[in-house]
Structure formats: C-alpha cells, structure tokens
Design a protein around this ligand. Sequence first.
Ligand code: TYM
Length: 333
Amino acid sequence: MGKKIFSGVQPTGNLHLGNYLGAIKNFVELNNDQENDCIFCVVDLHAITVKQDPKELRNNIRETVATFIASGIDSKKSIIFNQSTVPAHSEAAWILSCIARIGWLNRMTQFKEKAGKDKEKASVGLYSYPVLMAADILLYDASHVPVGEDQKQHLEICRDIAQKFNNDFNVENFFHIPEPLIQKEFSRIMSLKDGTKKMSKSELSDLSRINLTDDKDTIINKIKKAKTDSLPLPSKIEELDKRPEAKNLLQIYSSLNNSNLKKTIETFQGKNFSELKENLSQILVEKIEPISVEIKKLLSEKEYLDKILLEGHKKANSIASNKVKKMHEIIGF
Ligand code: TYM
C-alpha cells in the first residue's frame, strides 16, 4: 500500500544543501512512487515565529515553491500549498495546544537552541512551534513524514499529542500516528566551516553552506574553502568520528552519488582532501547547478508559481477543514 506523505519547509530564504539532501531529495523520490499521496507545505506560519520582512517573506514563499519544482517534485502528482492559506492549521494548533503538556515542550532542544540565552524575549510562537507542526501533520492523516534528523524530536511530540487526543476523547485511530522518515546517513549535513555544526540558513557566513541558488563558480569556491584537516582520508568509518569535516564531505559526496559512506571511503582512502574536493565540486555542479538555474527561471514566472499554490490550497483546504470539523464535533463545540 502507498504512503501518505506530509512534510513542510520554512520559506525563510537560503534553502541549502542540508535541506536538499536531508529532505527535498527524499520528497522527490517519494513523489515519484505512484503509490504514494504526497503533500508538501510551505510553512509560512512557522516562519513568522522569528521576525520576517513582509516583502522578503512573500518572495521566499514563491522561492520555496520554485525550489520544490526545480528539484523535481511534480505539482500534478502532489499537493503543494502555503500553510497560511488553510485556516485549519491555526485552528487545529490552538486545540492541540490544549492537549500538549508544557513539560513536553520544555524538553524541545530546537527551542533552546533558537531562543538562545534570553528565552524571555523569544516569541510564544517559537515555543509552541511543535504544536503547529503536529497540526500540520495530523490534519492530513499522514502516515510518513520525511524530515532531517533535527526534526526527530518534533515528530515524537506529534505522536504524543495524537495519542493523547485519541485517548482523552476515546476516539481510537482518529488521529493517525505518523512515522518519521529520516535517511540513515544523510540526515544531518554539517557546516562547511565547522563539521560539528549543522548546515543552516541562519549561519552568518555564506561560505558555511551551498545554497540551492548558488552558481557554478560559487559552488566550486565554497568547496575549495571548506574546512579540512591535515591527514589523508581514512580507510575505516570509525576513524571519521574524530574527523567531522572529512565525514561531512564524504557524506555529501555519497548522497549526491546515490551511494553509501562505506563505498565512498573505499574510493577515497589514503587520498588527499584536494582529490575529494575536486570530485565533490564536480558532482555538486552536476546536480545542484541545474536546480539553481531552474529556480531562477521559475522565479520570473510568478503567475505559474501562484497557480500551483492556488491549486494546492483548494485541495489541502478541503481535506483539512473536514478534519478540523470532526475535531470540533469530538470536543463538543
Ligand atoms: P526547515 O525549514 O528548517 O527545514 C526543512 C527540512 O530540511 C531539513 N534540514 C536538514 N537536513 C539535513 N541536514 C541539515 N543541515 C538540515 N537543515 C534542515 C529539516 O530537517 C527539514 O526536514 N519544522 C520544520 C518544517 C515543518 C514540518 C512540518 C516538517 C513544519 N511543519 C510538518 C514536517 C512536517 C522545519 O523547520 O524545517
């Protein structure tokens, strides 16, 4: 039987190689399987948990859709929509925030990282972010949620919320309990400047990531400048634990090559970083540059992108408003 896939990406600009290898590449594969029903959401309500410039946000929403399409997601085979255009997400998030426990949210490491030292100044939305994410997933009875490793904890809380709602109201199976789909070796792509830090849109230095809009020369330059260590490349996976930069570059190469780390290590063992970097640049240019070119082309076709979102809105809205209506009945509204 096919899977019901749901996943979301924030329209906060600078979509990068981590987003692509950790999530979007997997979306494309799931979307290519005829058996699956896929829904991909541009999560603008999540984006505003930190301050956004309205004009940039509007552009970034279109850019996220363009990235989906340029990466190979077929808008005819999947629903692509913008979260804020489906009011059921906010409604369900409120209801589920009365189900979720403060103790559960207090354990979320992403909030701790994003809020930083001054938690008092973080938005309430940033804190309750995982509840909105649970609403996203549960409204569509998703069976599987493809995400990077950083979202694992949010998936766990989603499962807890679903279970508690089903138990509290004695409605077994009302919310489907979703499974995370996290790729084994490529679930956490690291910064090119520090192999112990996640590749991220918010990192100040642009040299820390490959953006999906980078052109050929930029990609080559960033790989040239990527941090390395002074030893030749190892012959055993275990040796990589102490060499985060080597591990990251080998992983990126493996993923783009649709291979695995073990095989990639066999190819490069005993060689210098320069050889790995040369091969890595080549495959990055081969795989990422066409996406970058296509994104730029699509961005000039605003009406086309808006049409995709409108079509997606109609379908998503119909599913989600129906589910929220049932939630109302169960609760006693
Ligand atoms: P966001 O927008 O931060 O990231 C989008 C996807 O990219 C993955 N990702 C990474 N994977 C590997 N290595 C990295 N360095 C890396 N950086 C980002 C993320 O894990 C994610 O899968 N909360 C979500 C969006 C969301 C969502 C949802 C996801 C909202 N509602 C419902 C699934 C289901 C987020 O902030 O993703």
